[in-house]
Design a protein around this ligand. Structure first.
Ligand code: B1M
Length: 214
């Protein structure tokens, strides 16, 4: 078995024993982000499919997620960082009621490595706390993440609240349950005082940040 497949399988199996050794082998050949996007996330995709089909139980999904996090943490120091002054600030959070944070944390890593200040508030964040942080840190952008279908509704409600309060800060939404049309139509309608954009993945998030801030 090749290291590429072995890494994906490690995520599926939640197998952390010897993970660092395999990551070292992969690092000799690939960039850290390539390893994450192509091998590790491949495994996570399989986990999602198995779980969705009732073929994997939640504790094993959790093991997979922990393994994914351990791998990303191991790879992070090997990533290139843009130097120079900070380009702008984003307050980033997983919305209320949602615990999924692997995608959000990838967004954090990629934006941080590309010169942005990321205020990562964590999971299950009520909009009041997000806006408080946005105010405190003079955020250029607010980034909301969420993977549950329920979270797409929460995001829209969050935007309605921002409209009520008259916020103008641009908002980026990301997460697997969103669609571009939901963000650009429903969510944009809910946020009449500001702009909303949809990020399909973490790199899309970076492109949007670059557009908004510069
Ligand atoms: Co959960 N889970 N989960 N889960 N989980 C999903 C999301 C699900 C689709 C699985 C399935 O059924 N196939 C399903 C949701 C169904 C729905 O809503 N219709 C689901 C469910 C049901 C649940 C629970 C309700 C299960 C239960 O308790 N019975 C529960 C929810 C708890 C809660 O939130 N209140 C739950 C719990 C968990 C674990 C804790 C076990 C674990 C999360 C651990 C963690 O994150 N710390 C977990 C996991 C791992 C998953 C799957 C398998 C994988 C998610 C993941 O990390 N993907 C997931 C299946 C799936 O997504 N298909 C699933 C990898 C990650 C890199 O992708 O987060 O999409 P993603 O991020 C991407 C893009 O979306 C984007 O960039 C990232 C990188 O490209 N992006 C952004 C994301 N946020 C962004 C923000 C941006 C920009 C881009 O800017 C702001």
């Amino acid at each position: 078995e090749k290291v590429e497949e072995r890494l994906a399988q490690r995520i599926v199996d939640g197998d952390r024993k010897g993970l660092d050794d395999d990551l070292n082998i992969a690092l000799a050949e690939y960039e850290p982000l390539h390893i994450i996007n192509n091998f590790l996330l491949d495994g996570m995709k399989v986990v999602g499919e198995l779980f969705g089909a009732g073929k994997m139980q939640l504790p094993f999904v959790l093991q997979a997620a922990e393994t994914m996090k351990a791998a990303v943490a191991y790879l992070e120091p090997y990533m290139e960082r843009a130097d120079g002054q900070e380009k702008g600030t984003i307050v980033l959070a997983t919305v209320k009621g949602d615990v999924h944070d692997i995608g959000k944390n990838l967004v954090d890593i990629i934006l941080t490595n590309n010169g942005y200040k990321v205020v990562n508030l964590g999971i299950k964040q009520p909009i009041a706390d997000i806006l408080k942080a946005a105010d405190e840190h003079k955020a250029d952008v607010v980034g909301l993440s969420g993977l549950l279908v329920k979270s797409t509704v929460i995001m829209r409600e969050n935007l309605e609240e921002m409209t009520r309060q008259g916020w103008k800060v641009p908002v980026i939404l990301g997460g697997a349950a969103l669609t571009r049309s939901y963000v650009e139509q429903d969510c944009q309608q809910a946020y009449s005082t500001g702009g909303v954009a949809y990020a399909r993945d973490a790199f899309d998030g970076l492109t949007l940040m670059d557009k908004v801030v510069n």
